[in-house]
Design a binder for this molecule. Structure first.
Ligand code: SF4
Ligand code: SF4
Length: 670
């Protein structure tokens, strides 16, 4: 119990600490509100549940780095419990009471506090050793990546402050309990503190009481001093991580972009040139970032030596905001464009829009959208983008396909009975061939194989033929939202007139764009990928495969089939049902590694780096020993087919689409 003077000092310290903290938190939220759009607060119960779920279970953290995640869990769970401990200790300091008493609840309270204190201390010592002694490579960022000048010293200083704060706060409280136990007769509900109390055997009661008093002030004093520092520290992720899950928009898929409003005549800025042009949720990301670099480990551009690190992007945003918090909060323009401090132009154009950074981030950050918003600014506002993309844009504008091919979209179907919607009025499914299926030779072979399988199963299908146009996916991922908007409107008009009962696609990019992004423009369709449809046909007995020979493949999950559309089991089921054994690669399903084509990369030269993304992934497939690399995307197919021609790839697997493999198992090839 504190003296009267101490009580007054303590209350003044609480008021000062909370007053300063609310001032700085208000500043942080004022900066967030500078962004475009708004944070999402609809469907509150679901949002609250999602935030509590990630906070308490730490399941998003446990997706990678198991040992580090467990130790991080110790610190988080312990720190949450310390909210209760700090309330209890404060009340005990102010009033003559024993918080929660000596009954079963009090016993439980003390044993949990004792165990969690030790776990926090173990965790914190681990994290300090990892950063300052072992200098874990996972915590560094390569030199060719743009890094804010304040970031490196700032992260080290902040990590040290946070580490020491936790060690002192929790350590002082734990030692203080041991002093109290030494004054009495031990406490079986605090076994660790009781063990420590054995060290104080020679001290008299008065000394122990003073020591306990000092420890109380040290424990409470450090938390009161630290609370206003939270908004400047990466430790803020403790709140901002769950709040990020709470406030982020519900997207139709993890990669579904929000449309731009081209009807708004006042608008001069399209996309993001400066921090305040980013969405509020994207500015929020900077405050939520743990700076753990997990997104960087998963990023195909970073892994292959490009200038892009999604982690650096978030860290750079954070340090720029930190350096200009007050003027930014007051509404002043940000001092520098994003390309000056957050990311280099080469990094912007290295992103494959694979979504791996979004998938892995433990606090729900979405760095990919920053990159794509910066592309929008470069294409729509500045007219500054890689020259090769101009060819794809022009092809889409003039010939409705990025290849710019003027031929018939039905040439691939020559010799096959492929009816158009006008010729097959009672069709059950519309086969959306896609530009690759229509014009790219390998994808044309896949389209032909699929049609033979559909015919074998007696499926009544039809195609749009010449009326089909590119979905505009490439334009959208490349930042040319206006071209995408035009293509989407034209296709939606065609599709709404045709009114297809279902749409079948062989391209995951078509699957994503038609199914997840066209609803933003009034086109709502039931779209299915061919691997899903093959699974359906097999499961229902419409397609029976009695394969004479067993086959063996490894399956590459295309990013826009897996991560962006959650289709993982269907291709494996279809292959398995056709007598094909699948050996998984190390990075598989939602951890799959991009082929390097997405994000409009297919239409431009790969940015400079240490290796090609496609070759890196192809080597992973070759390492499985499977004679065939199966996939379900025409762009993956082309990238890996090219990678297989590299000298280093000699004797690698043959690259085939699932539809081709099943057609072969049915004896329908050729
Ligand atoms: S979307 Fe993929 S390539 Fe782009 S930043 Fe994220 S992980 Fe890297
Ligand atoms: S964006 Fe997410 S994964 Fe990347 S460093 Fe920040 S917290 Fe870690």
């Amino acid at each position: 119990m504190l003296t009267a003077v101490e009580k007054i000092l303590f209350i003044l310290a609480i008021v000062a600490s909370l007053g300063l903290a609310q001032h700085f938190f208000r500043q942080a939220f004022a900066v967030i509100r500078r962004g475009e759009g708004s944070l999402a607060f609809d469907q509150l119960p679901g949002r609250v549940w999602r935030a509590l779920d990630v906070l308490i279970t730490q399941r998003t953290v446990f997706r990678a780095r198991a040992a580090t995640s467990l130790l991080h869990g110790f610190v988080v769970w312990g720190f949450l419990y310390y909210v209760l401990i700090n309330i209890g200790d404060s009340l005990e300091g102010l009033f003559e009471l024993n918080f929660l008493g000596d009954g079963p609840i009090g016993d439980l309270y003390r044993v949990a506090g004792d165990v969690l204190s030790v776990l926090i201390l173990i965790g914190m010592v681990y994290f300090l050793i990892r950063r300052f002694v072992a200098r874990a490579p996972a915590l560094s960022i390569r030199e060719n990546v743009t890094l804010h000048p304040r970031a490196l010293p700032g992260i080290r200083r902040d990590s040290l402050i946070v580490g020491l704060f936790i060690l002192i706060h929790v350590g002082a409280r734990f030692v203080g309990e041991s002093f109290q136990i030494a004054r009495h007769t031990g406490d079986i509900w605090q076994p660790f503190a009781t063990a420590l109390a054995g060290l104080w055997d020679g001290l008299d009661g008065d000394t122990l009481e003073i020591a306990e008093h000092v420890a109380w002030w040290l424990a409470i004093g450090t938390i009161l001093a630290f609370i206003p520092y939270f908004p400047f520290s990466k430790h803020m992720h403790l709140f901002m991580g769950p709040l990020n899950y709470f406030t982020r928009p519900d997207r139709a898929s993890p990669g579904a972009l929000a449309p731009l409003d081209f009807e708004d005549e006042e608008r001069e800025q399209f996309g993001a040139a400066r921090i305040e042009h980013l969405g509020q949720t994207q500015i929020f990301d900077a405050f939520a970032c743990i700076m753990c670099n997990r997104c960087q480990d998963a990023c195909p551009a970073y892994v292959t030596g490009k200038e892009l690190s999604p982690a650096a992007l978030e860290i750079n945003k954070r340090y720029e905001i930190r350096g200009h918090m007050r003027p930014l909060a007051a509404g002043e323009p940000s001092p520098a464009p994003l390309l000056d401090f957050a990311i280099s132009p080469s990094a912007v154009w290295a992103c494959t829009a694979c979504g791996a950074c979004i998938e892995i981030c433990p606090v729900g950050n979405e760095p990919m959208f920053d990159v794509l918003d910066i592309r929008r600014d470069l294409v729509l506002t500045q007219g500054d983008f890689p020259a090769e993309l101009q060819g794809a844009f022009r092809g889409m504008e003039n010939a409705a396909n990025p290849w710019g091919m003027g031929e018939s979209r039905l040439a691939w179907a020559e010799g096959l009975d492929v009816p158009t919607v006008e010729e097959a009025a009672d069709y059950e499914i519309l086969y959306w061939v896609g530009c690759a299926g229509a014009f790219e030779p390998r994808a044309q072979a896949v389209a032909r194989a699929l049609v033979k399988v559909l015919q074998a199963a007696g499926v009544r299908f039809a195609v749009l033929g010449e009326a089909e146009m590119c979905t505009g996916d490439t334009a959208r991922r490349a930042g040319n939202e206006y071209l995408f908007y035009e293509m989407a409107r034209a296709n939606i008009e065609t599709l709404n007139a045709a009114h297809p009962p279902r749409i079948l696609v062989t391209c995951p990019h078509c699957l994503h764009t038609l199914g997840k992004e066209y609803p933003q423009f009034g086109g709502v369709y039931n779209v299915v990928h061919h691997t899903e449809y093959l699974q359906e046909l097999m499961a229902s007995g419409r397609l029976r495969v009695h394969a004479a020979q067993k086959a063996h493949v490894t399956f590459h999950d295309p990013c826009y089939l897996g991560r962006h559309n959650s289709v993982y089991d269907a291709p494996r089921y279809a292959l398995g049902a056709a007598g094909v054994a699948v050996t998984e690669m190390g990075r598989t399903r939602n951890d799959s590694f991009c082929c390097g084509a997405g994000g409009a990369q297919f239409w431009k030269e790969e940015e400079h780096g240490a290796a090609r993304v496609s070759v890196t992934r192809y080597a992973e497939a070759a390492a499985t020993g499977a004679p065939t690399l199966a996939t379900g995307c025409p762009f993956c197919l082309r990238m890996f087919a090219d990678a297989s021609q590299e000298e280093t790839a000699a004797h690698g697997p043959e690259v085939r689409d699932v539809a081709e493999i099943i057609a072969a198992q049915l004896g329908l090839e050729g």
